[in-house]
Design a protein around this ligand. Structure first.
Ligand code: HXC
Ligand code: NAP
Length: 284
């Protein structure tokens, strides 16, 4: 189904492409012939991932250290990328998320998640869109959302707010930029375990339940399954898909729970929340 060279001649920026699902997508895009740029805050992490793709796949990969919360850093990154040739695809994948009681969040905690997901995706998308429109180029924006963008996400409220905003951006720009040949699409994955997500979203203590139990297909997603969907969506084979958000979750959203273990979190005591917060403080 995925022919070699499907993504040849496509230059793709993946924000947060050094780890987790961003790296899984990048590897698959590279296998299918794409040229890649990955960005994130940690240069060593980006270089380690890029080095593997260069050595194992012979891929052309550039890395750029960029905090997407910083609009001027995003502009500098796009200038640097464009000096070497324009992008064809932007993947808004960088994210921040953690579980917490919303009424106890500090303004900085709210801002940090909104900054990465909502502002970061906006800065990257508008910076690319301006360049594409000025040059009359066709292009694609793919944003990685969560089920909480569609259903809300108790105890993950900042992320749900931000991802819902990115969905609104996707739908708005699909109409505004569609006539200019720029497609805007999104995916909403269910659980695809990664170290980044598990560290921040797995409840502390022994109270978690097996994650596959809340999914009709009885298992979590495999990274290659998401990577293949995203490869299709950014390829020319998906040229008529615009403004949609594709759910890939084994049917989980139909159970009506916006996030794993929400019913259990509703029963947590303040002491359990304090323990979770101390665990997060120890990590950061
Ligand atoms: C309450 C918290 C907190 C927590 C941080 N904060 N963690 N508040 N509960 N667990 C507060 C801090 O106290 C601080 O506020 C403010 O948030 C900023 O924290 P910093 O550590 O200074 O910020 P920073 O180093 O910029 O880190 C940003 C981050 C961090 C979002 C807090 O978690 C991060 O870097 N995340 C990136 C990777 C990530 O989150 N990956 C998971 C994506 S998974 P004060 O007021 O104290 O200064 C995903 C999956 C969804 O989205 C669905 C899965 C099923
Ligand atoms: P992850 O490995 O923690 O990925 C997050 C990435 O974003 C990291 O590479 C991180 O790199 C980067 N990042 C964070 N803040 C940044 C900033 N300010 N500027 C630039 N880059 C930043 O987690 P993941 O599980 O792969 O998540 C990837 C995407 O999938 C996210 O959009 C997430 O919401 C979505 N998602 C994941 C799941 C899941 O089950 N894993 C489910 C649904 C949706 P640095 O720390 O080096 O900056």
């Amino acid at each position: 189904m995925f022919q070699a060279g499907l993504l040849a001649n496509k230059k793709i920026l993946i924000t947060g492409g050094g780890t987790g699902l961003g790296a899984a997508m990048g590897r698959r895009f590279a296998e299918l012939g794409a040229e890649l740029v990955i960005c994130g805050r940690r240069g060593a992490v980006l270089e380690e991932t890029a080095g593997k793709w260069r050595a194992e796949l012979g891929a052309k990969v550039a890395t750029i250290v960029c905090d997407v919360r910083d609009a001027s850093a995003v502009e500098s990154m796009m200038d640097a990328i464009w000096r070497d040739g324009p992008l064809d695809v932007l993947v808004n994948n960088a994210a921040g998320n953690f579980i917490a009681q919303s009424h106890k969040l500090s303004p900085r905690a709210l801002d940090s998640v909104l900054g990465i997901v909502l502002h970061g995706s906006g800065y990257c998308t508008f910076a690319c869109g301006r360049r594409w429109i000025e040059a009359g180029r066709k292009a694609t924006v793919l944003s990685i959302l969560t089920l909480s963008a569609l259903q809300g996400g108790a105890f993950r409220t900042p992320s749900a707010m931000a991802k819902a905003g990115v969905l609104a951006m996707t739908r708005s720009l699909a109409v505004e930029w569609g006539p200019k040949g720029i497609r805007c699409v999104a995916v909403a994955p269910g659980p695809f375990p990664t170290p980044g997500a598990s560290q921040r979203l797995t409840p502390a203590g022994g109270r978690q339940r097996p994650i596959g139990a809340e999914i009709p297909l009885g298992r979590v997603g495999e990274h290659i399954e998401l990577a293949n969907l995203c490869s299709y969506l950014v390829s020319d084979q998906a040229a008529y898909i615009n403004g949609d958000c594709i759910i890939i979750d084994g049917g989980k959203h139909l159970l009506g729970d916006g996030g794993s273990s929400t019913d259990m979190l509703l029963g947590w005591s303040d002491a359990e929340w304090d323990q979770m917060r101390r665990q997060a403080a120890g990590r950061t």
